[in-house]
Ligand binder design. Sequence first.
Ligand SMILES: NC(=O)c1ccc[n+]([C@@H]2O[C@H](COP(=O)([O-])OP(=O)(O)OC[C@H]3O[C@@H](n4cnc5c(N)ncnc54)[C@H](O)[C@@H]3O)[C@@H](O)[C@H]2O)c1
Length: 374
Amino acid sequence: MKEIKTVGIVGFGVMGAAIGLNAAAAGYKVVFKELNDELVATMYAKWVVKALEKRVAKGKIIQADMDGLTSMIEGTSSYDDLAACDLVIEAAIEKMDLKIQIFEDLSAACRPDAILVSNTSTFLIEKLMEKVDIQERTAGLHYFFPANINRLVEVIRQKNTSDTTYETLMGFAAKCRKVAITVKDFPGFAINPVFISSYMVLDSFLGDSLNVATLEDISQEALNLKYGIMWVQNGSGLGTCYHAGASMVDYLQGGEIGYPGVPEVLKTQFESGKPWDLEDGEALQNPAARKAVKDSLLGNIFTISTHLIEKDVVSVKDLELGVCTSLAWPQGPFSLMNALGMEESARLVSLAVEKGYYNMPQRFAGGVPEPWEI
Ligand SMILES: NC(=O)c1ccc[n+]([C@@H]2O[C@H](COP(=O)([O-])OP(=O)(O)OC[C@H]3O[C@@H](n4cnc5c(N)ncnc54)[C@H](O)[C@@H]3O)[C@@H](O)[C@H]2O)c1
């Protein structure tokens, strides 16, 4: 395991800034890079000074804490100033060519032993790192919005990531008080394939008799949530939801696993520029209609989760922990299956396969399997 003292962040927007503040609070020196000097000043004023002033005003931290944190963070518009960094986290906008270029520049500007990681949501790490000289020092570190509050981090091992790089990142995440899970380089990694397919299946039921309020209510009831899946989509932004869904479909639909499609209604709603109207009427109480939605939602969750295990993307324990931590679900996919019983779970998986969302996972191909060992 390598010692990390200074962390570089490329792109100091919503995610980069929250990641930087989190690292500074854990005692790391942070150097962030933005596109130009004006953005360096604007982002520092917005995400560091103003954000910390608010926390002081609310009594969450004292002035001395704020002074300590601000002294740990500096900004630059030049890659040369990242030469001292032991770890660089890229959090620039989600454009593949731009990210590949950033990693080529980092490979030239950073020390050869500096670890280089991306916080991408949708691209394969191996692809983003193709122009980095030493592949062993690359990986993914996927934070979740809002990165200062959401405790989960996926540590993504691409096929060339060395053990030292992986162990150093696990140690870094732990020191930042994050819950880290280990995930293979896979489209969307582990949590997003579950979450994105869940909202696409739920949204696909939106129509004349099923309104947003009903779908929100069913998702809360099915998963025992305080805030349902329609609400969370509004928080992420429907544009992000739509693009992330389209990207997952590109990667997985028609392949070995399969994936549900992007419902037209999600595209239309995102193009309208408005979030889902969570109060668009009473929630429908018709038990049969509600059960059809609930079965489909759970069947989707069970099937994609089983596929992720069979593809060795993540362990049962880590996916269970990751879903509960990042999405605030009281139960993850495997304890939900065990609680419902494997016979009923097998019925719901068959339903997801019949609907054409997925191919049948091996585990359910021969009938009713044993409960999951979590
Ligand atoms: N927002 C989320 O919910 C979320 C969650 C997980 C991961 N991510 C990923 O994190 C990354 C950042 O997302 P965001 O929401 O913070 O975006 P954002 O638009 O808020 O911030 C991106 C920042 O990168 C800067 N930038 C662009 N090119 C740069 C370059 N060459 N050098 C330095 N800075 C550059 C921009 O000026 C901007 O400030 C994306 O890859 C996104 O997919 C986002």
